[in-house]
Design a protein around this ligand. Structure first.
Ligand code: TYD
Length: 133
């Protein structure tokens, strides 16, 4: 079982530039309730290191690049993101880490729920114990 899915979004290119659309229930399988974005990155500083019990997310690297570690408790995959027309779906029960964020990295995340710290699993051993229940 793979721990991630990459979606190729349609790029509408004309002489003015490019446009990409992400629509709830069309391009992604959930309604978006929250958007957050990460920028001014320090490449030496990794992020993430958690999983969610319920939250579904879709991340797009709009600028620059970064590497995602996607870990379902059995398989750990590394995914390089550097294309604003590709999104990665982060389902619940996927431990994810972001590494090597470029200085110019702009990472936008579309989320299915409002922020809820109680939905986070921030300890890897707890994640492994709960995911294997
Ligand atoms: P954090 O979870 O550490 O970010 P990352 O997933 O990149 O490791 O979040 C950084 C801070 O921002 C932390 O104090 C929680 C807060 N935060 C919110 O208040 N709302 C949000 O929607 C998110 C994603 C984070």
């Amino acid at each position: 079982m793979t721990s991630y899915e990459i979606t190729d979004l349609v790029k509408r290119i004309d002489e003015r530039g490019s446009l990409v659309v992400v629509e709830s229930m069309r391009d992604i399988a959930f309604d978006v309730k929250r958007i957050y974005y990460i920028f001014d990155c320090k490449s030496s500083e990794s992020r993430g290191f958690h999983a969610h019990r319920n939250l579904r997310q879709f991340a797009i690297c709009l600028k620059g690049s970064c590497d995602f570690i996607m870990d379902n408790g059995k398989k750990r995959d590394e995914v390089h993101l550097d294309d604003p027309s590709k999104g990665i779906t982060i389902e619940p029960w996927i431990w994810h880490e972001m590494h090597n964020l470029s200085d110019d990295c702009l990472l936008i995340v579309l989320a299915s729920e409002l922020y809820d710290e109680s939905d986070y699993i921030r300890d890897y051993k707890t994640f492994i114990d709960e995911v294997n229940l």
